[in-house]
Design a protein around this ligand. Structure first.
Ligand code: SF4
Length: 220
């Protein structure tokens, strides 16, 4: 693998390949209400103490992550360490512990493929760093404070590997894919004012192009 890329780039890619290229090839970025709220939620996580003990569970905040195999690095919002005789030894702490990544998301509980892959990538980083299996993790949703348990199974791991390879290929290519307009997705994307997804007709009739432009205006 070439130089490691941030886990956040993987999240962009899973949402939209063009978005990943706009941010990581063209160095463009635009904030939206959603990204600002996400930052506030993560800041709340950031401002908590870095390590706390809750009975038989240790909670580490803002834990740096890295995987040579995936070529990714980043920071985990929160990693719980559960007592487990087959777990990893941690510096300065007695016993053995099994990591369990918990990723914070804005909005209400939902099962989005991109979120699952992002969480699984964190689990794979922890496995490589600590030399123990990480079979599960969870997504925590800020709006209704609900938690979704996620099994980091083989299908998810294969998806992470493929997405990481795709991301490295995209950045290496130094090219930005054309926009593939999807109304709901593009309406929710903070990059739409830079991307202008409705501006390519893609060979479509002019009427369809104009309809898309009107939709963009309504969604802006
Ligand atoms: S506006 Fe749509 S096509 Fe453009 S980057 Fe965002 S999701 Fe991708």
């Amino acid at each position: 693998m070439p130089d490691p890329l941030p886990l956040s780039a993987l999240a962009h890619l899973l949402f939209c390949r063009r978005r990943a290229a706009l941010v990581h090839v063209e160095n463009a970025w635009a904030e939206s209400v959603a990204t600002a709220e996400g930052r506030v939620l993560h800041h709340k996580v950031d401002s908590d103490p870095r390590l706390e003990r809750r009975g038989d569970v240790l909670v580490a905040r803002m834990l740096p992550l890295r995987s040579e195999r995936l070529g990714l690095f980043g920071v985990a919002d929160s990693v719980e360490f559960h007592r487990d005789e087959a777990g990893a030894r941690l510096p300065g702490v007695a016993g053995r512990w099994r990591p369990f990544p918990v990723e914070y998301k804005r909005g209400k509980l939902r099962r989005e493929a991109g979120y699952l892959v992002q969480l699984c990538a964190q689990g794979m980083c922890l496995e490589e760093m600590l030399g123990v299996d990480v079979p599960a993790g969870a997504l925590f949703f800020g709006t209704n404070r609900r938690r979704l348990a996620v099994n980091l199974d083989q299908d998810l791991r294969a998806h992470v590997q493929a997405a990481a390879e795709d991301l490295h290929g995209l950045i290496r290519s130094e090219s930005t894919p054309a926009a593939e307009y999807e109304r709901a997705k593009c309406a929710a994307c903070s990059m739409k004012s830079l991307c202008l997804p409705g501006c390519s007709t893609g060979g479509a009739p002019v009427a369809a192009y104009l309809r898309r432009m009107l939709e963009c205006e309504e969604d802006a």
